[in-house]
Unconditional design. Structure first.
Length: 245
């Protein structure tokens, strides 16, 4: 069985056809799906707007693949309602999957790392603030690929790893998203699926007891190849070549 795990798509009322087609493709190629949080952007749009948006074109396919929906910090359970059943057969905060070597603890990751939105009890960050941050992150990824977010977000992955040493059992491995920085560190009990946003598509597949990470550009990055030719050559060209394979 081919199990797809993805997170942090942050779907908004701004429909992206290339992103839609990419999501549809990877879901179609799978037997079952886990949506590991931040599927839609609850600080920017209402759940009603989401379920009535063009993104609903994915719902029947996700339901067919018996998708499990795990809530994140941007699509919290209290942001949703019973219409989560439109695109998923089960919902929750976490899921446990046993393999021969490990027990995978699948959850969004905000349980281990609280960003500012969870440090404001009873309050919701204004949509304008979140939209501004998403635009900034979009600029970083489209202009500099993974390089800049890798430098800026590494500390978040490390923070979670430090907590896992105390919180997880010996054979357990956390599979999360949340930090937007893909990483597979089984020895560190940590696997992060990355993001599917800003033309960068990262996800995980569990098949035959083995979990693998995948990465593709579903649209060409704006990368400043002329300003940073060496950076482009070293980091981006190989990724773009993989797009055609």
């Amino acid at each position: 069985m081919r199990l797809l795990i993805f997170s942090d798509t942050h779907l908004t009322n701004e429909f992206d056809e290339k992103k839609f087609k990419f999501l549809k493709k990877i879901v179609e190629e799978s037997d079952q799906v886990i949506i590991n949080g931040d599927f839609w952007e609850g600080y920017v749009m209402s759940f009603s707007d989401f379920v009535n948006s063009e993104w609903s074109g994915l719902f029947s396919l996700l339901k067919k693949k018996k998708a499990t929906y795990l809530f994140g910090n941007h699509d919290r359970e209290n942001f949703c309602d019973k219409r989560v059943s439109f695109f998923s057969t089960s919902q929750g905060e976490n899921l446990f999957i046993k393999t021969k070597k490990h027990e995978l603890v699948i959850e969004h990751g905000n349980q281990y790392l609280h960003f500012i939105d969870e440090k404001l009890p009873g309050k919701k960050i204004p949509a304008e603030v979140v939209e501004s941050y998403l635009k900034l992150e979009r600029f970083m990824v489209r202009e500099f690929g993974k390089v800049l977010i890798g430098m800026l977000y590494k500390k978040y992955n490390e923070s979670i790893k430090n907590k896992l040493k105390m919180d997880l059992k010996e054979n357990q491995v956390l599979v999360c998203g949340h930090t937007h920085l893909a990483e597979v560190d089984v020895e560190g009990k940590f696997i992060n699926s990355g993001i599917i946003s800003y033309a960068l598509g990262q996800y995980l597949v569990l098949e035959n007891e083995i979990i693998k990470e995948f990465e593709h550009w579903y649209d060409e990055p704006i990368v400043s190849a002329y300003l940073f030719p060496e950076l482009y050559e070293n980091y981006f060209k190989k990724i773009m070549l993989s797009k055609s394979t």
